[in-house]
Ligand binder design. Sequence first.
Ligand code: ABU
Length: 555
Amino acid sequence: MDYLQLPESITEKSTPGGQILAESKQRSSSDNINSPQTSDNTCIPKDFSCIYNKDLLPALSGEDTTKSFFQELVNILLSYVCKSFRRSSKVLDFHHPHQLREGLEGFSLELPDQPENLEQLLVDCRDTLKYGVKTGHPRFFNQLSSGLDVIGLAGEWLTSTANTNMFTYEVSPVFILMEEILLKKMQEIVGWSEEEGDGVFCPGGTMSNLYSVLLARYHFFPEVKTKGMTALPRLILFTSAHSHYSVKKSAAVLGIGSENVVVVKCNDRGKMIPAELESSIITAKDQGCVPFYVNATAGTTVYGAFDPLNAIADICESHGLWLHVDAAWGGGLLMSKRHRVKLQGIERAWSVTWNPHKMMGAPLQCSAILVKKRGLLKDCNQMCAEYLFQTDKHYDTSYDTGDKTIQCGRHVDVFKLWLMWKAKGSEGFESQVNKCLENAEHLFDNLKQRPDFELVFKSEPEHSNVCFWYIPPSLRNMSPGPERNRRLHEVAPKIKAKMMEQGMAMIGYQPLGDKVNFFRCVFSNPATQTEDVDYLLEEIASLGHDICIRTETDL
Ligand code: ABU
């Protein structure tokens, strides 16, 4: 059995794997790494006030002190992990920037000239977590990436301990192979054939989207690599009004220019209108420009909408354009038999962004750019630095994948996801995704019943995004119009400010198009239960009931 392969289900583990686990268990118990004792069996005092960095490894006889320091640190981390799941604990302990800068009860951000003792460092570690935000808390609804996956966290710890670089096989043999296997698995789930597919893990979805534009441009105009933009005609790319801002940013970064991104209209539900795309392409051609790339979104950031991928793919095919699918948020739904239908047509994409740090709950950061055409990443980005990518190494240097990327040093993002996949199997991710979408359905059903809330769109959520307004008593009988909109625009920020001061939940808001500020609730944390959804609505209603909104005469 190949132990790097990912299981479909955790019950599939074969006996040899079990033996290896049993052996490693035996090894670890005899290693006795958990004991806070020195090698001569005397206990190390847990007072670190006279102990400094210089006393830790690599100091001679620094081993026991190092173990003891880590034990203390692990206690702090474990206490934080446990608190993160406790509903009685706060999601955040908010302080304004000036308060944190000034220092709080022995916690100072200023950097000293003289070393501080390890006791102080442990206090600093504890307080860094204390004044941060518990993004793993079941009542943290603020971001697309949330949750605290214990196995993922273990993977992240291991990754930091290994502290290596993803550029060559010689320094990352295991991680490089894991990346190959994981990317292959994701490509298979997207629906590409055995012969197709390449990819790389990137520092976030914006970077993955940037790769897609870079590769599309290189595919059509390989001379850009050496000659630059002056050798090219005026290029145009297309993306929907609800797509992520990273598409425009990519055009700006790559020297194409954000004004050469055509923003295609969406319907009321936030989905790109294919006929609008087609007419925009024709207009661009009529103006003498060269369309080359279309970004379709599978799971928009605010509405969670899925663009009609097959209709868009048909248009791209007929005009010979590169189709990228930004499934940073929606990619997780591919893991669910019930929900993957929403991404029908994704297999026709030339590239796909998929962020497992969102819907699959992998710790940040974990984003993949998947590319259908093999070899393109390498051809586009390779620089052949001889000090790193020597061609006369004694192993298969096609595993020195670093030159496929636009980075040199690259963080190991793959291990935590690989370990999570081992722990849950594909089926575990499927249940996780289904549960998040069930929470969204529960919220949507509740909102429909309540007179104090109003949905931004009336149709069922496609993803786990649910968008709504809270309507305070003073606005409930007001007729629609600019004055009501002006007042309603103030409601969500005021409620959020109070919510952050109290710290018991966290949810985001934004305006969008002609819609004034509304709440966007998103579910990606498997720890969240329907009781947390109910809590959120009660919290918003109670914070919003008496808020003071300026009337026209106050202005
Ligand atoms: N890259 C999109 C993340 C935005 C959010 O978490 O709301």
